[in-house]
Design a protein around this ligand. Structure first.
Ligand code: NAD
Ligand code: UFG
Length: 341
């Protein structure tokens, strides 16, 4: 299949492009490089011996996007593109609404014009808000967004649900990711955040390579077994495979489908640090700090629907995730920017 991969130069998109190529699909990347590096294309070529086609386009540029769709004749769109920093979204909510919601609207308009009727969208567990219980099921209500970033995911989901309702020929798959971590086993591609990482795993790997002095664990007095928060970490390659499973399952008149992509297992911050130490024979220095405002105590998926309907389940362990994250960071201590080519 010929697949338009928006945001395909980014962390999750690039891993998915690799798996798509491996399965004989033809992914075409559309990305404006606002949070990614052109070096990603060389890395993909090193891994799969194919350099995917790449259009440097801001999705909000309807004219350019239209031209691209005119030329390429896509079967499916996998829509990763978006800004994703929670902290930045609080400071610049308008930018987030404009970029994430605005670009999704333009994309849908162009898809409609070119009769592309299949879309897989990168949603997030953040749409559940503060969970009333765990594990979370797809039938659980969408909650109140904790920040503008989360609000954009809720809004885009709503727009896509409406599109699926109004156009019976549309197939819409909403994939709600839990906490993606890890990297391709080659260590050639991985997560490359700008500035100080907001997320736990990139912070740990940067401590491991000496870029940061120590990890601060945000809160150790939560009502959990060791006092630290619990998340559902999922290997990015498992996540990529989840998209392939969804792609395979899309049939005519599939309508709207929603799936959690997680492992179904909760891991505490302290457990993740210990697993990282074990996997990499290291000792990550950490201190306990105050709670981070807005953090939920426990968040993990019931991922049984994806298994039942898509025959997909995560196969990588926490140790695999820790090993692969560190392998990427060790080989690219400063990310793509100064990495040896
Ligand atoms: P990423 O920042 O690495 O990748 C996103 C890509 O989108 C980047 O390459 C960026 O340049 C591009 N982009 C952003 N705005 C664009 C625009 N207007 N036009 C064209 N390209 C644009 O992020 P990621 O971690 O790979 O996340 C991919 C998707 O998954 C995002 O939608 C994100 O919100 C969602 N998601 C991520 C996580 C996570 O923890 N990483 C969790 C849940 C959901
Ligand atoms: N944490 C630390 N120290 C750090 C960074 C994180 O202790 O330096 C803790 C957090 O307090 C939290 C856990 O590690 O308890 C995980 O934090 P992350 O920021 O890695 O992940 P979150 O679950 O908080 O957030 C992620 C995405 C959001 C998304 C959310 C829900 O970053 O974009 O999952 O899907 F909205």
């Amino acid at each position: 299949m010929k697949i338009c991969v928006t945001g395909g130069m980014g962390y999750i998109g690039s891993h998915t492009v690799i798996e798509l190529i491996k399965k004989g699909h033809e992914p075409v990347i559309v990305d404006n490089l606002v949070n990614s590096n052109p070096e990603v294309l060389n890395r993909i070529k090193k891994i799969v011996k194919v350099k995917p086609k790449f259009y440097e386009i801001d999705l909000r540029d309807e004219k350019k996007l239209d031209k691209c769709f005119q030329k390429e004749k896509f079967d499916v769109v996998i829509h990763f593109a978006g800004l994703k920093s929670v902290g930045e979204s609080v400071k610049k909510p308008k930018l987030y609404y404009d970029n994430n919601i605005g670009s999704s609207k333009v994309l849908l308009k162009v898809m409609k014009k070119h009769k592309v009727r299949n879309i897989i969208f990168s949603s997030s567990a953040t749409v559940y808000g503060v969970p009333k219980h765990v594990p979370l099921r797809e039938t659980d209500p969408v909650g109140k967004a904790a920040n503008p970033y989360g609000q954009t995911k809720i809004e885009i989901e709503k727009i896509l649900m409406k599109v699926a309702k109004e156009d019976k020929k549309m197939n819409v798959v909403l994939l709600r990711y839990f906490n993606p971590v890890g990297a391709h086993e080659s260590g050639l591609i991985g997560e490359d955040p700008n500035g100080i990482p907001n997320n736990l795993m990139p912070y740990i790997t940067q401590v491991a390579v000496g870029r940061r002095k120590e990890l601060t664990i945000f809160g150790n007095n939560y009502p959990t077994k060791d006092g630290t928060c619990i998340r559902d970490y999922i290997h990015v390659v498992d996540l990529a495979m989840g998209h392939l499973a969804a792609l395979k399952a899309i049939k005519k008149k599939w309508g709207l489908k929603i799936y959690n992509l997680g492992t179904g297992k909760g891991t505490s911050v302290l457990e993740l640090v210990k697993a990282f130490n074990r996997a990499n024979k290291l000792k990550i220095k950490f201190v306990y700090g105050p709670r981070r405002p807005g953090d939920v105590v426990k968040n993990y998926a019931n991922a049984s629907k994806a298994y039942k309907e898509l025959n997909w389940k995560a196969t990588h362990s926490i140790v695999d995730m820790c090993r692969d994250s560190y392998n990427w960071q060790k080989k690219n201590p400063t990310g793509y920017q100064k990495a040896k080519k």
